[in-house]
Design a protein around this ligand. Structure first.
Ligand code: MF3
Ligand code: CO
Ligand code: CO
Length: 253
């Protein structure tokens, strides 16, 4: 018998069925929007396209109205780490843009994001995006039923340190399910703590934000947009994960 001493929710297999559907839809939104992520489109146009796609599937964009956020996706360009608000900005060649989609389908959340390259970018940007993508995979590979949440950040940091990039510390992955954000806080860096035990029935995200420079971030005056303190580029990928007795399932693949 394993005792779950934390307040991390343990879900049923029936819950997992719902999460598979929510996760699959969130992924579909990213697939749908990909061909539109081109020079000349505004981030608000990307928002509208995603909004209409999500609602046409009978789902709700989770970010819309979330703590006052007014848009249906987050669109984070270049030095924006996360929580970028879609607006009048027009993409230009060489930009990198993270689109973060969270849908609520039948009351369950699917949360995923990806960084797209607009046209041709610098070698540095290309490398950063590639490392951010690999960092997510390395974090996922560190997840084991009956392992520990601390294993995730430890593995990601060991990998990212080699490239001299920074890992944002002020934002983390999170428990997910009927709620958008719940415990645990899934750290993407090594805090030298074991953390809670990873148990079957847990649903959570991993979403490392990797900066070309320092790990430090700040929030702009709009109270949402998170940027790198040193104005360096930042890239992020996110998946929603489910742990079962003998497997680790990526729900947003
Ligand atoms: N989807 C983001 C995450 O990965 C959260 C966005 S909350 C918002 O957790 F309010 F900024 F949209
Ligand atoms: Co998330
Ligand atoms: Co997200």
């Amino acid at each position: 018998m394993y005792f779950n001493m934390s307040d991390i929710k343990i879900h049923t297999l029936e819950d997992l069925e719902h999460m598979r559907k929510a996760g699959a839809l969130a992924r579909e939104v990213l697939n749908f929007i990909e061909p539109y992520v081109k020079e000349g489109i505004t981030t608000d146009e990307l928002n509208s396209l995603c909004h209409d796609f999500i609602t046409s599937r009978g789902a709700v964009p989770a970010t819309l109205g979330y703590h006052g956020f007014t848009k249906s996706i987050c669109a984070s360009v270049n030095n924006v780490v996360c929580h970028g608000i879609p607006g009048a900005y027009r993409l230009k060649t060489g930009d990198i843009i993270n689109i973060d989609v969270t849908v609520i389908l039948n009351g369950w959340h699917g949360d995923t994001s990806k960084t797209f390259i607009v046209g041709k970018c610098t070698k540095l940007a290309e490398n950063l995006v590639s490392i951010a993508k690999q960092a997510l995979q390395i974090g996922i590979d560190a997840v084991k039923p009956y392992g520990y949440f601390g294993d995730i950040g430890k593995a990601i940091q060991k990998f990212v340190d080699e490239y001299g990039f920074g890992i944002a510390r002020d934002y983390c992955g999170h428990g997910i399910g009927r709620e958008f954000h719940s415990s645990p806080a899934v750290l993407h860096y090594d805090s030298n703590k074991k953390g809670d035990q990873i148990l079957p029935g847990m649903f959570f995200t991993i979403e490392p934000m990797i900066n070309a420079g320092s790990h430090k971030t700040k929030v702009l005056k709009d109270n949402w947009t998170v940027v790198t303190s040193d104005k360096s580029l930042s890239a992020q990928f996110e998946h929603t994960i489910a742990v079962t007795e003998n497997s680790v399932e990526i729900l947003t693949l």
